[in-house]
Write a protein that binds this ligand. Structure first.
Ligand SMILES: O=C(CO)[C@H](O)[C@H](O)COP(=O)(O)O
Length: 224
């Protein structure tokens, strides 16, 4: 299993001070920067694109950037995120005409590739591309907005995904995104997640360090 990683979603950060916000959350102990890209087509919201990813790199952010593309069609924008310095690039199977090709495009660009599953999207497709994924991201809310409530059925789906990863024998991150907070992170880790996206739970609090420390305290009870 991969080491636990906390990945604040900058969707809930103050966009007017984005560089400082990312600095602050990394100084508070975050491991990965979760970068939500929404196109107002695949999801009903519009956020940020490769120029902002590139700007964060130019600003000096060296931490892994995990670009979650809620964009359809997805292939055309993959190259832009590779150029912009993304570390992980994940996309939804529904947003690609050729899932295997999209994963390969990401890997050919030197990035880690991942698939994202909405709450009602089955995991079946994984069977055919397990050798090409470095990350599996389970959405525990319907994508498009921060601040929603965690859908409890995702816990069973996490167990299902964990069994697939363990059976593959590969190093694949199992990430969870949506409604993650200090109260539920332990149960989510027990169900098999190792990478935890949290937006509003972190950025809506005045003390990022306190939230991340509290999350790590919960995770320490799962794995010492
Ligand atoms: O991808 C997302 C929404 O589509 C966000 O990353 C996610 O919802 C995180 O926000 P919060 O932790 O507030 O639920």
């Amino acid at each position: 299993m991969q080491p636990f990683a906390i990945a604040p979603s900058i969707l809930s950060a103050d966009f007017a001070r984005l560089g400082e916000e990312v600095d602050k959350v990394l100084a508070a102990g975050a491991d990965i920067v979760h970068f939500d890209v929404m196109d107002n087509h695949y999801v009903p919201n519009l956020t940020i694109g490769p120029m902002v990813c590139s700007a964060l790199r130019k600003y000096g952010i060296t931490a892994p950037i995990d670009a979650h593309l809620m964009v359809k069609p997805v292939d055309r924008i993959i190259g832009d995120f590779i150029e912009a310095g993304a570390s992980y690039i994940t996309f939804h199977p529904e947003a690609s005409e050729h899932i295997d090709r999209s994963l390969q495009l990401i890997r050919d660009g030197g990035c880690k590739a991942g698939l994202v599953f909405n709450p009602a999207t089955p995991l079946e497709v994984l069977k055919y591309v397990m050798d090409k994924v470095d990350m599996i991201l389970l959405m525990s809310v319907n994508p498009g907005f921060g601040g929603q409530k965690f859908i409890p059925a995702t816990l069973d789906k996490l167990r299902e995904a964990r069994a697939l990863i363990d059976a593959s024998g590969r190093e694949i991150r199992l990430e969870i995104d949506g409604g993650v907070n200090v109260q539920n992170i332990r149960a989510i880790a027990e169900a098999g997640a190792d990478t935890f996206v949290a937006g509003s739970a972190i950025f809506n609090q005045p003390d990022y360090q306190a939230v991340i420390d509290a999350m790590r305290g919960e995770l320490a009870q799962v794995r010492a």
